[in-house]
Ligand binder design. Sequence first.
Ligand SMILES: *[C@@H]1O[C@H](CO)[C@@H](O)[C@H](O)[C@H]1NC(C)=O
Length: 554
Amino acid sequence: MKTTAMISKKPFATKTTADKLRVTSFLAGVTILVCVADYFLAEMGGEKAIPAGGRSFLIETATVLVCMLLPAAFMHMSKAAFKQNVKDSPKNRKLIPGEGHPPKASKLDKQVSCQSDSTETPDSPEGKEAGGTARSMSQAVAAAVRAGERHRAERLLHEMMKAKHLGGLDTMPFNSVIHACAKTGDMLGARRWLRHMRSAGVEPNTISYNILMDASAKADDAEDAEHWLSEMIKDGIPANEVSYATVIHARAKRGETERAEHWLAKMLEAGVEPNIVSYNSLIYACGRKGDAASAEKWLREAEERGLSPRVTTYTAVVDACAKSGDVERAELWMEKMKEAKVEPNVVSYSAMIDACAKAGDAIRAQRWHQRMRNAGVQPNAHSFSAVINACAKSGNLTAAYEEFDRMEEAGVVADVVVYSGLLDACAKAGDLEHAKEVFARMKAAGVQPNVVAYASLARPFAHRGEWQEVESFATDMQQAGLVMNEYFLYALLLAYASAKPRQSERAEAAFRKAYAKGIEANKHVLTALGRAVGRGRAAQIARDLGISCVESRR
Ligand SMILES: *[C@@H]1O[C@H](CO)[C@@H](O)[C@H](O)[C@H]1NC(C)=O
Protein backbone atom coordinates (compact mmCIF):
# COMPACT_ATOMS: atom_id res chain seq x y z
CA MET A 1 0.00 0.00 0.00
CA LYS A 2 1.30 3.33 -0.94
CA THR A 3 0.20 6.18 1.17
CA THR A 4 -0.64 9.22 -0.78
CA ALA A 5 -1.38 12.66 0.39
CA MET A 6 -4.27 14.92 -0.05
CA ILE A 7 -4.16 18.43 1.09
CA SER A 8 -7.46 19.84 2.08
CA LYS A 9 -8.45 23.11 3.51
CA LYS A 10 -10.86 24.96 5.59
CA PRO A 11 -14.12 24.90 3.69
CA PHE A 12 -15.81 28.14 2.96
CA ALA A 13 -18.23 29.64 5.37
CA THR A 14 -21.75 29.72 4.01
CA LYS A 15 -21.91 33.45 4.56
CA THR A 16 -18.87 34.02 2.33
CA THR A 17 -20.33 31.81 -0.36
CA ALA A 18 -23.64 33.65 -0.29
CA ASP A 19 -21.84 36.99 -0.43
CA LYS A 20 -19.80 35.81 -3.37
CA LEU A 21 -22.90 34.68 -5.15
CA ARG A 22 -24.46 38.09 -4.66
CA VAL A 23 -21.34 39.91 -5.87
CA THR A 24 -21.10 37.56 -8.84
CA SER A 25 -24.71 38.17 -9.86
CA PHE A 26 -24.27 41.91 -9.46
CA LEU A 27 -21.15 41.90 -11.65
CA ALA A 28 -22.91 39.78 -14.24
CA GLY A 29 -25.79 42.23 -14.38
CA VAL A 30 -23.54 45.28 -14.74
CA THR A 31 -21.45 43.61 -17.44
CA ILE A 32 -24.50 42.76 -19.48
CA LEU A 33 -25.83 46.32 -19.10
CA VAL A 34 -22.52 47.80 -20.23
CA CYS A 35 -22.32 45.45 -23.18
CA VAL A 36 -25.89 46.20 -24.18
CA ALA A 37 -25.30 49.96 -23.83
CA ASP A 38 -22.16 49.69 -25.92
CA TYR A 39 -23.97 47.73 -28.57
CA PHE A 40 -26.83 50.23 -28.82
CA LEU A 41 -24.54 53.23 -28.88
CA ALA A 42 -22.58 51.67 -31.71
CA GLU A 43 -25.81 50.74 -33.56
CA MET A 44 -27.46 54.13 -33.17
CA GLY A 45 -24.67 56.42 -34.16
CA GLY A 46 -22.09 54.30 -35.89
CA GLU A 47 -18.44 54.73 -34.97
CA LYS A 48 -18.43 58.46 -35.61
CA ALA A 49 -21.38 59.51 -33.46
CA ILE A 50 -19.64 58.67 -30.22
CA PRO A 51 -16.27 60.05 -29.33
CA ALA A 52 -13.70 57.28 -29.61
CA GLY A 53 -12.68 57.77 -25.98
CA GLY A 54 -16.21 57.15 -24.73
CA ARG A 55 -16.58 53.92 -26.64
CA SER A 56 -13.24 52.48 -25.68
CA PHE A 57 -14.05 53.41 -22.09
CA LEU A 58 -17.17 51.28 -22.31
CA ILE A 59 -15.32 48.39 -23.93
CA GLU A 60 -12.66 48.56 -21.26
CA THR A 61 -15.25 48.61 -18.51
CA ALA A 62 -16.92 45.57 -20.01
CA THR A 63 -13.59 43.77 -20.37
CA VAL A 64 -12.53 44.54 -16.81
CA LEU A 65 -15.86 43.35 -15.49
CA VAL A 66 -15.70 40.13 -17.51
CA CYS A 67 -12.17 39.54 -16.25
CA MET A 68 -13.35 39.96 -12.69
CA LEU A 69 -16.55 38.09 -13.23
CA LEU A 70 -15.18 34.94 -14.81
CA PRO A 71 -12.60 34.14 -12.14
CA ALA A 72 -15.11 34.98 -9.44
CA ALA A 73 -17.73 32.70 -10.97
CA PHE A 74 -15.16 29.98 -11.51
CA MET A 75 -13.91 30.21 -7.95
CA HIS A 76 -17.40 30.14 -6.65
CA MET A 77 -18.17 26.99 -8.57
CA SER A 78 -14.99 25.13 -7.79
CA LYS A 79 -15.30 25.97 -4.13
CA ALA A 80 -18.85 24.77 -3.94
CA ALA A 81 -17.73 21.53 -5.54
CA PHE A 82 -14.78 21.27 -3.24
CA LYS A 83 -16.86 21.80 -0.18
CA GLN A 84 -18.88 18.73 -0.99
CA ASN A 85 -15.70 16.71 -1.16
CA VAL A 86 -14.50 17.62 2.27
CA LYS A 87 -15.36 14.68 4.44
CA ASP A 88 -13.41 15.36 7.59
CA SER A 89 -13.70 17.86 10.34
CA PRO A 90 -14.16 21.23 8.70
CA LYS A 91 -12.16 22.99 11.40
CA ASN A 92 -8.89 21.38 10.42
CA ARG A 93 -6.68 21.86 7.50
CA LYS A 94 -5.04 18.63 6.81
CA LEU A 95 -2.88 16.53 4.64
CA ILE A 96 -4.57 13.19 4.47
CA PRO A 97 -2.62 10.21 3.31
CA GLY A 98 -5.00 8.13 1.28
CA GLU A 99 -4.33 4.59 0.30
CA GLY A 100 -3.45 2.48 -2.63
CA HIS A 101 -3.37 5.12 -5.29
CA PRO A 102 -0.78 7.65 -6.24
CA PRO A 103 -1.87 11.18 -5.61
CA LYS A 104 -3.58 12.95 -8.42
CA ALA A 105 -1.31 15.91 -8.89
CA SER A 106 -4.01 18.23 -10.08
CA LYS A 107 -6.17 17.55 -7.05
CA LEU A 108 -3.24 18.12 -4.73
CA ASP A 109 -2.34 21.34 -6.43
CA LYS A 110 -5.86 22.58 -6.34
CA GLN A 111 -6.13 21.92 -2.68
CA VAL A 112 -2.85 23.55 -1.86
CA SER A 113 -3.92 26.56 -3.87
CA CYS A 114 -7.34 26.78 -2.30
CA GLN A 115 -6.08 26.80 1.22
CA SER A 116 -5.67 30.50 1.75
CA ASP A 117 -9.22 31.51 1.04
CA SER A 118 -11.03 33.47 3.71
CA THR A 119 -7.84 33.94 5.70
CA GLU A 120 -6.46 37.33 6.59
CA THR A 121 -8.74 39.66 4.72
CA PRO A 122 -7.33 43.13 5.28
CA ASP A 123 -9.64 45.64 6.88
CA SER A 124 -8.61 48.99 5.45
CA PRO A 125 -9.88 49.88 1.96
CA GLU A 126 -6.35 50.05 0.51
CA GLY A 127 -5.46 46.87 2.33
CA LYS A 128 -8.48 45.29 0.72
CA GLU A 129 -7.31 46.34 -2.69
CA ALA A 130 -3.75 45.17 -2.02
CA GLY A 131 -5.15 41.95 -0.62
CA GLY A 132 -7.11 41.48 -3.79
CA THR A 133 -3.98 41.91 -5.88
CA ALA A 134 -2.07 39.56 -3.62
CA ARG A 135 -4.85 37.05 -3.95
CA SER A 136 -4.85 37.17 -7.72
CA MET A 137 -1.05 36.91 -7.68
CA SER A 138 -1.36 33.91 -5.36
CA GLN A 139 -3.76 32.37 -7.79
CA ALA A 140 -1.33 33.03 -10.61
CA VAL A 141 1.38 31.26 -8.59
CA ALA A 142 -0.93 28.31 -7.98
CA ALA A 143 -1.91 28.22 -11.64
CA ALA A 144 1.74 28.17 -12.68
CA VAL A 145 2.41 25.30 -10.27
CA ARG A 146 -0.59 23.44 -11.64
CA ALA A 147 0.65 23.94 -15.16
CA GLY A 148 3.98 22.47 -14.07
CA GLU A 149 5.73 25.79 -14.62
CA ARG A 150 7.62 25.88 -11.40
CA HIS A 151 10.09 28.54 -12.47
CA ARG A 152 7.34 30.91 -13.44
CA ALA A 153 5.67 30.27 -10.10
CA GLU A 154 8.92 31.04 -8.30
CA ARG A 155 9.44 34.22 -10.31
CA LEU A 156 5.92 35.40 -9.50
CA LEU A 157 6.43 34.72 -5.83
CA HIS A 158 9.73 36.61 -5.89
CA GLU A 159 7.86 39.53 -7.41
CA MET A 160 5.26 39.35 -4.68
CA MET A 161 7.98 39.39 -2.06
CA LYS A 162 9.72 42.36 -3.65
CA ALA A 163 6.51 44.40 -3.77
CA LYS A 164 6.47 44.82 0.00
CA HIS A 165 3.58 47.26 -0.12
CA LEU A 166 1.42 44.32 -1.12
CA GLY A 167 -0.62 43.42 1.89
CA GLY A 168 -2.13 40.01 2.34
CA LEU A 169 0.96 38.00 1.45
CA ASP A 170 0.07 34.75 3.14
CA THR A 171 1.09 31.10 3.34
CA MET A 172 -0.75 30.03 0.20
CA PRO A 173 1.69 31.02 -2.56
CA PHE A 174 4.62 29.78 -0.47
CA ASN A 175 2.95 26.45 0.12
CA SER A 176 2.20 26.17 -3.59
CA VAL A 177 5.84 26.69 -4.48
CA ILE A 178 7.11 24.42 -1.68
CA HIS A 179 4.73 21.79 -2.96
CA ALA A 180 6.02 22.25 -6.50
CA CYS A 181 9.60 21.73 -5.26
CA ALA A 182 8.68 18.77 -3.09
CA LYS A 183 6.78 17.13 -5.92
CA THR A 184 9.89 17.03 -8.07
CA GLY A 185 11.95 15.77 -5.15
CA ASP A 186 13.84 19.04 -4.82
CA MET A 187 14.03 19.11 -1.04
CA LEU A 188 16.73 21.78 -1.06
CA GLY A 189 14.45 24.07 -3.03
CA ALA A 190 11.61 23.33 -0.66
CA ARG A 191 13.80 24.18 2.33
CA ARG A 192 14.97 27.39 0.68
CA TRP A 193 11.40 28.50 0.17
CA LEU A 194 10.57 27.73 3.76
CA ARG A 195 13.37 30.13 4.71
CA HIS A 196 12.17 32.76 2.22
CA MET A 197 8.73 32.41 3.73
CA ARG A 198 10.01 33.16 7.21
CA SER A 199 12.16 36.04 6.05
CA ALA A 200 9.10 37.55 4.34
CA GLY A 201 7.46 37.52 7.75
CA VAL A 202 5.06 34.72 6.90
CA GLU A 203 4.89 31.90 9.43
CA PRO A 204 4.86 28.41 7.93
CA ASN A 205 1.70 26.55 8.89
CA THR A 206 0.71 22.92 9.36
CA ILE A 207 0.29 22.46 5.62
CA SER A 208 3.80 23.75 4.89
CA TYR A 209 5.29 21.11 7.13
CA ASN A 210 2.93 18.39 5.98
CA ILE A 211 4.05 18.99 2.40
CA LEU A 212 7.70 18.65 3.44
CA MET A 213 7.07 15.51 5.46
CA ASP A 214 5.08 13.97 2.66
CA ALA A 215 7.95 14.57 0.24
CA SER A 216 10.45 13.03 2.70
CA ALA A 217 8.21 10.00 3.15
CA LYS A 218 7.90 9.58 -0.60
CA ALA A 219 11.68 9.78 -0.91
CA ASP A 220 11.85 7.00 1.70
CA ASP A 221 13.65 9.35 4.06
CA ALA A 222 11.94 8.62 7.36
CA GLU A 223 14.60 10.45 9.38
CA ASP A 224 13.96 13.62 7.43
CA ALA A 225 10.22 13.28 7.92
CA GLU A 226 10.76 12.89 11.65
CA HIS A 227 13.06 15.88 11.63
CA TRP A 228 10.31 18.05 10.12
CA LEU A 229 7.78 16.83 12.63
CA SER A 230 10.10 17.63 15.53
CA GLU A 231 10.87 21.02 14.03
CA MET A 232 7.19 21.70 13.65
CA ILE A 233 6.41 20.78 17.23
CA LYS A 234 9.36 22.87 18.43
CA ASP A 235 8.09 25.89 16.50
CA GLY A 236 4.70 25.52 18.10
CA ILE A 237 2.92 24.78 14.85
CA PRO A 238 0.11 22.32 15.52
CA ALA A 239 0.83 18.87 14.15
CA ASN A 240 -2.39 17.24 13.01
CA GLU A 241 -3.24 13.58 12.36
CA VAL A 242 -1.87 13.90 8.85
CA SER A 243 1.52 15.04 10.18
CA TYR A 244 1.75 12.01 12.43
CA ALA A 245 0.27 9.66 9.85
CA THR A 246 2.95 10.69 7.38
CA VAL A 247 5.79 9.89 9.79
CA ILE A 248 4.14 6.64 10.83
CA HIS A 249 3.85 5.71 7.19
CA ALA A 250 7.46 6.65 6.45
CA ARG A 251 8.63 4.27 9.19
CA ALA A 252 6.12 1.53 8.44
CA LYS A 253 7.01 1.57 4.77
CA ARG A 254 10.53 0.54 5.71
CA GLY A 255 9.23 -2.18 7.97
CA GLU A 256 10.30 -0.28 11.10
CA THR A 257 7.18 -1.14 13.01
CA GLU A 258 8.60 -0.17 16.39
CA ARG A 259 9.37 3.38 15.30
CA ALA A 260 5.96 3.57 13.67
CA GLU A 261 4.33 2.42 16.90
CA HIS A 262 6.35 4.98 18.80
CA TRP A 263 4.88 7.77 16.68
CA LEU A 264 1.38 6.43 17.07
CA ALA A 265 1.87 6.58 20.85
CA LYS A 266 3.23 10.15 20.53
CA MET A 267 0.23 11.09 18.50
CA LEU A 268 -2.19 9.83 21.13
CA GLU A 269 -0.13 11.53 23.83
CA ALA A 270 -0.50 14.82 21.97
CA GLY A 271 -4.26 14.31 21.93
CA VAL A 272 -4.40 13.91 18.16
CA GLU A 273 -6.91 11.28 17.09
CA PRO A 274 -5.42 8.84 14.58
CA ASN A 275 -7.48 7.94 11.55
CA ILE A 276 -7.62 4.57 9.84
CA VAL A 277 -4.77 5.52 7.52
CA SER A 278 -2.23 5.40 10.33
CA TYR A 279 -3.44 1.97 11.34
CA ASN A 280 -3.34 0.81 7.74
CA SER A 281 0.34 1.75 7.53
CA LEU A 282 1.12 -0.20 10.68
CA ILE A 283 -0.92 -3.24 9.68
CA TYR A 284 0.68 -3.22 6.27
CA ALA A 285 4.15 -3.15 7.81
CA CYS A 286 3.27 -6.07 10.11
CA GLY A 287 1.90 -7.88 7.08
CA ARG A 288 5.10 -7.55 5.16
CA LYS A 289 6.94 -9.10 8.05
CA GLY A 290 4.40 -11.89 8.25
CA ASP A 291 3.53 -10.79 11.78
CA ALA A 292 -0.14 -11.73 11.68
CA ALA A 293 -0.66 -11.41 15.42
CA SER A 294 0.44 -7.76 15.50
CA ALA A 295 -1.55 -6.99 12.37
CA GLU A 296 -4.66 -8.33 14.05
CA LYS A 297 -3.91 -6.46 17.25
CA TRP A 298 -3.76 -3.13 15.41
CA LEU A 299 -6.92 -3.83 13.49
CA ARG A 300 -8.73 -4.52 16.73
CA GLU A 301 -7.36 -1.34 18.28
CA ALA A 302 -8.57 0.67 15.30
CA GLU A 303 -12.02 -0.83 15.72
CA GLU A 304 -12.00 -0.04 19.43
CA ARG A 305 -11.34 3.59 18.53
CA GLY A 306 -14.48 3.53 16.44
CA LEU A 307 -12.63 3.60 13.14
CA SER A 308 -14.01 1.59 10.24
CA PRO A 309 -11.41 -0.67 8.70
CA ARG A 310 -11.30 -0.40 4.94
CA VAL A 311 -10.69 -3.01 2.30
CA THR A 312 -6.95 -2.23 2.44
CA THR A 313 -6.96 -2.74 6.21
CA TYR A 314 -8.41 -6.23 5.95
CA THR A 315 -6.30 -7.04 2.93
CA ALA A 316 -3.15 -6.15 4.88
CA VAL A 317 -4.20 -8.59 7.61
CA VAL A 318 -4.93 -11.31 5.04
CA ASP A 319 -1.52 -10.60 3.55
CA ALA A 320 0.08 -10.95 6.98
CA CYS A 321 -1.56 -14.36 7.38
CA ALA A 322 -0.45 -15.32 3.87
CA LYS A 323 3.15 -14.37 4.58
CA SER A 324 3.14 -16.40 7.75
CA GLY A 325 1.67 -19.31 5.77
CA ASP A 326 -1.54 -19.49 7.79
CA VAL A 327 -4.28 -20.28 5.26
CA GLU A 328 -7.07 -20.80 7.81
CA ARG A 329 -6.43 -17.49 9.45
CA ALA A 330 -6.36 -15.74 6.11
CA GLU A 331 -9.73 -17.29 5.26
CA LEU A 332 -11.09 -16.20 8.60
CA TRP A 333 -10.23 -12.59 7.80
CA MET A 334 -11.75 -12.85 4.35
CA GLU A 335 -14.97 -13.90 6.11
CA LYS A 336 -14.70 -11.10 8.66
CA MET A 337 -14.28 -8.63 5.86
CA LYS A 338 -17.50 -9.82 4.27
CA GLU A 339 -19.29 -9.72 7.62
CA ALA A 340 -18.22 -6.10 7.97
CA LYS A 341 -19.82 -5.44 4.57
CA VAL A 342 -16.48 -4.58 3.05
CA GLU A 343 -16.15 -6.02 -0.44
CA PRO A 344 -12.82 -7.74 -1.01
CA ASN A 345 -11.10 -6.57 -4.19
CA VAL A 346 -8.69 -8.32 -6.53
CA VAL A 347 -5.77 -7.47 -4.21
CA SER A 348 -7.55 -9.08 -1.25
CA TYR A 349 -8.32 -12.25 -3.21
CA SER A 350 -4.79 -12.36 -4.59
CA ALA A 351 -3.41 -12.17 -1.04
CA MET A 352 -5.72 -15.02 -0.09
CA ILE A 353 -4.58 -17.05 -3.10
CA ASP A 354 -0.97 -16.30 -2.19
CA ALA A 355 -1.66 -17.86 1.19
CA CYS A 356 -2.89 -21.01 -0.56
CA ALA A 357 0.14 -20.95 -2.87
CA LYS A 358 2.48 -20.70 0.06
CA ALA A 359 0.85 -23.79 1.52
CA GLY A 360 1.12 -25.49 -1.90
CA ASP A 361 -2.64 -25.95 -1.99
CA ALA A 362 -3.50 -25.49 -5.66
CA ILE A 363 -7.10 -26.65 -5.34
CA ARG A 364 -7.86 -24.15 -2.62
CA ALA A 365 -6.17 -21.41 -4.67
CA GLN A 366 -8.29 -22.25 -7.68
CA ARG A 367 -11.42 -22.30 -5.54
CA TRP A 368 -10.69 -18.81 -4.23
CA HIS A 369 -10.03 -17.54 -7.72
CA GLN A 370 -13.38 -18.95 -8.78
CA ARG A 371 -15.08 -17.37 -5.81
CA MET A 372 -13.58 -14.07 -6.78
CA ARG A 373 -14.93 -14.28 -10.30
CA ASN A 374 -18.32 -15.37 -8.97
CA ALA A 375 -18.34 -12.23 -6.85
CA GLY A 376 -17.91 -10.23 -10.04
CA VAL A 377 -14.32 -9.22 -9.36
CA GLN A 378 -12.25 -9.17 -12.55
CA PRO A 379 -9.15 -11.35 -12.43
CA ASN A 380 -5.86 -9.77 -13.47
CA ALA A 381 -2.27 -10.86 -14.12
CA HIS A 382 -1.58 -10.72 -10.39
CA SER A 383 -4.43 -13.00 -9.38
CA PHE A 384 -3.64 -15.45 -12.19
CA SER A 385 0.05 -15.52 -11.32
CA ALA A 386 -0.90 -16.26 -7.70
CA VAL A 387 -2.92 -19.27 -8.86
CA ILE A 388 -0.20 -20.40 -11.27
CA ASN A 389 2.31 -20.17 -8.42
CA ALA A 390 0.08 -22.35 -6.32
CA CYS A 391 -0.02 -24.93 -9.13
CA ALA A 392 3.76 -24.66 -9.53
CA LYS A 393 4.30 -25.12 -5.81
CA SER A 394 2.18 -28.23 -5.78
CA GLY A 395 4.12 -29.50 -8.81
CA ASN A 396 1.06 -29.74 -11.04
CA LEU A 397 2.23 -28.53 -14.42
CA THR A 398 -1.04 -29.51 -16.12
CA ALA A 399 -2.99 -27.30 -13.76
CA ALA A 400 -0.54 -24.42 -14.28
CA TYR A 401 -0.97 -24.69 -18.04
CA GLU A 402 -4.72 -24.82 -17.67
CA GLU A 403 -4.68 -21.62 -15.66
CA PHE A 404 -2.48 -20.00 -18.25
CA ASP A 405 -4.98 -20.90 -20.98
CA ARG A 406 -7.84 -19.64 -18.86
CA MET A 407 -6.00 -16.41 -18.45
CA GLU A 408 -5.54 -15.96 -22.18
CA GLU A 409 -9.22 -16.73 -22.67
CA ALA A 410 -10.08 -14.04 -20.18
CA GLY A 411 -8.03 -11.61 -22.25
CA VAL A 412 -5.56 -10.96 -19.43
CA VAL A 413 -2.09 -10.25 -20.78
CA ALA A 414 0.63 -12.35 -19.17
CA ASP A 415 3.56 -10.46 -17.71
CA VAL A 416 7.03 -11.66 -16.78
CA VAL A 417 5.81 -12.73 -13.32
CA VAL A 418 3.19 -15.03 -14.84
CA TYR A 419 5.73 -16.60 -17.20
CA SER A 420 8.19 -17.03 -14.34
CA GLY A 421 5.48 -18.85 -12.41
CA LEU A 422 4.92 -21.14 -15.33
CA LEU A 423 8.68 -21.70 -15.63
CA ASP A 424 8.75 -22.58 -11.94
CA ALA A 425 6.05 -25.15 -12.57
CA CYS A 426 8.23 -26.66 -15.32
CA ALA A 427 11.25 -26.62 -13.02
CA LYS A 428 9.35 -28.33 -10.25
CA ALA A 429 8.12 -30.98 -12.69
CA GLY A 430 11.65 -31.30 -14.14
CA ASP A 431 10.18 -30.69 -17.56
CA LEU A 432 12.95 -29.27 -19.75
CA GLU A 433 11.00 -29.21 -23.00
CA HIS A 434 8.12 -27.27 -21.57
CA ALA A 435 10.49 -24.88 -19.86
CA LYS A 436 12.07 -24.05 -23.20
CA GLU A 437 8.69 -23.76 -24.82
CA VAL A 438 7.38 -21.37 -22.18
CA PHE A 439 10.49 -19.27 -22.48
CA ALA A 440 10.16 -19.07 -26.27
CA ARG A 441 6.49 -18.17 -25.89
CA MET A 442 7.34 -15.37 -23.51
CA LYS A 443 9.88 -13.91 -25.92
CA ALA A 444 7.45 -14.29 -28.83
CA ALA A 445 4.84 -12.39 -26.83
CA GLY A 446 7.32 -9.54 -26.54
CA VAL A 447 7.76 -9.99 -22.80
CA GLN A 448 11.33 -9.24 -21.82
CA PRO A 449 12.61 -12.01 -19.53
CA ASN A 450 14.29 -10.80 -16.34
CA VAL A 451 16.93 -12.52 -14.21
CA VAL A 452 14.26 -14.33 -12.20
CA ALA A 453 12.84 -15.81 -15.41
CA TYR A 454 16.30 -16.87 -16.56
CA ALA A 455 17.01 -18.47 -13.19
CA SER A 456 13.68 -20.34 -13.31
CA LEU A 457 14.47 -21.51 -16.83
CA ALA A 458 17.96 -22.66 -15.79
CA ARG A 459 16.91 -24.59 -12.70
CA PRO A 460 15.59 -27.81 -14.30
CA PHE A 461 18.63 -27.93 -16.58
CA ALA A 462 20.91 -27.40 -13.59
CA HIS A 463 19.35 -30.32 -11.75
CA ARG A 464 20.16 -32.52 -14.72
CA GLY A 465 23.74 -31.26 -14.80
CA GLU A 466 23.31 -29.73 -18.24
CA TRP A 467 25.85 -27.02 -17.61
CA GLN A 468 26.37 -26.19 -21.31
CA GLU A 469 22.71 -25.17 -21.52
CA VAL A 470 22.92 -23.14 -18.35
CA GLU A 471 26.06 -21.43 -19.62
CA SER A 472 24.30 -20.57 -22.86
CA PHE A 473 21.42 -19.04 -20.86
CA ALA A 474 24.00 -16.98 -18.97
CA THR A 475 25.42 -15.72 -22.27
CA ASP A 476 21.91 -14.89 -23.53
CA MET A 477 21.19 -13.05 -20.35
CA GLN A 478 24.39 -11.05 -20.59
CA GLN A 479 23.64 -10.14 -24.18
CA ALA A 480 20.21 -8.95 -23.09
CA GLY A 481 22.02 -6.58 -20.74
CA LEU A 482 20.99 -8.40 -17.59
CA VAL A 483 23.34 -8.84 -14.66
CA MET A 484 23.56 -12.25 -13.03
CA ASN A 485 22.21 -12.49 -9.50
CA GLU A 486 22.65 -15.03 -6.70
CA TYR A 487 19.69 -17.12 -7.90
CA PHE A 488 21.20 -17.62 -11.31
CA LEU A 489 24.67 -18.20 -9.86
CA TYR A 490 23.16 -20.88 -7.66
CA ALA A 491 21.67 -22.61 -10.74
CA LEU A 492 24.97 -22.39 -12.57
CA LEU A 493 26.94 -23.89 -9.67
CA LEU A 494 24.31 -26.56 -9.26
CA ALA A 495 24.69 -27.46 -12.95
CA TYR A 496 28.46 -27.87 -12.53
CA ALA A 497 27.92 -29.91 -9.37
CA SER A 498 25.35 -32.21 -10.98
CA ALA A 499 27.34 -32.71 -14.19
CA LYS A 500 28.97 -35.99 -14.93
CA PRO A 501 31.87 -35.58 -14.59
CA ARG A 502 31.67 -32.81 -12.06
CA GLN A 503 32.94 -29.44 -13.40
CA SER A 504 34.95 -28.22 -10.40
CA GLU A 505 37.25 -25.83 -12.22
CA ARG A 506 34.44 -24.12 -14.09
CA ALA A 507 32.50 -23.82 -10.87
CA GLU A 508 35.37 -22.17 -9.02
CA ALA A 509 36.05 -19.78 -11.89
CA ALA A 510 32.37 -18.86 -12.20
CA PHE A 511 32.09 -18.31 -8.47
CA ARG A 512 35.17 -16.09 -8.27
CA LYS A 513 34.06 -14.05 -11.24
CA ALA A 514 30.56 -13.56 -9.84
CA TYR A 515 31.87 -12.72 -6.39
CA ALA A 516 34.21 -10.11 -7.88
CA LYS A 517 31.17 -8.58 -9.53
CA GLY A 518 29.53 -8.19 -6.15
CA ILE A 519 27.08 -11.06 -6.15
CA GLU A 520 26.25 -12.07 -2.63
CA ALA A 521 27.76 -15.38 -1.55
CA ASN A 522 24.76 -16.55 0.48
CA LYS A 523 24.22 -19.88 2.18
CA HIS A 524 22.64 -21.50 -0.88
CA VAL A 525 25.38 -20.33 -3.21
CA LEU A 526 28.12 -21.59 -0.87
CA THR A 527 26.38 -24.93 -0.50
CA ALA A 528 26.20 -25.33 -4.28
CA LEU A 529 29.84 -24.33 -4.52
CA GLY A 530 30.70 -26.96 -1.93
CA ARG A 531 28.90 -29.59 -3.96
CA ALA A 532 30.73 -28.56 -7.12
CA VAL A 533 34.28 -28.23 -5.80
CA GLY A 534 34.20 -30.22 -2.58
CA ARG A 535 33.60 -28.73 0.87
CA GLY A 536 37.26 -28.40 1.74
CA ARG A 537 38.05 -26.48 -1.41
CA ALA A 538 34.94 -24.31 -0.98
CA ALA A 539 36.03 -23.36 2.53
CA GLN A 540 39.48 -22.55 1.17
CA ILE A 541 38.00 -20.29 -1.55
CA ALA A 542 35.82 -18.57 1.01
CA ARG A 543 38.88 -17.91 3.21
CA ASP A 544 40.84 -16.62 0.19
CA LEU A 545 38.13 -14.15 -0.61
CA GLY A 546 37.61 -13.19 3.00
CA ILE A 547 34.00 -14.31 3.01
CA SER A 548 32.98 -14.31 6.64
CA CYS A 549 30.54 -16.67 8.26
CA VAL A 550 28.26 -13.69 8.85
CA GLU A 551 28.13 -13.00 5.15
CA SER A 552 27.55 -16.60 4.28
CA ARG A 553 24.63 -16.69 6.67
CA ARG A 554 23.01 -13.64 5.18
C1 LIG B 1 -3.43 -31.45 -11.52
O1 LIG B 1 -4.42 -30.54 -11.95
C2 LIG B 1 -5.40 -31.11 -12.79
C3 LIG B 1 -6.25 -30.01 -13.33
O2 LIG B 1 -6.57 -29.05 -12.37
C4 LIG B 1 -6.18 -32.14 -12.01
O3 LIG B 1 -7.17 -32.73 -12.81
C5 LIG B 1 -5.23 -33.18 -11.48
O4 LIG B 1 -5.92 -34.09 -10.65
C6 LIG B 1 -4.08 -32.56 -10.72
N1 LIG B 1 -3.10 -33.59 -10.43
C7 LIG B 1 -2.65 -33.77 -9.20
C8 LIG B 1 -1.62 -34.83 -9.08
O5 LIG B 1 -3.04 -33.16 -8.24
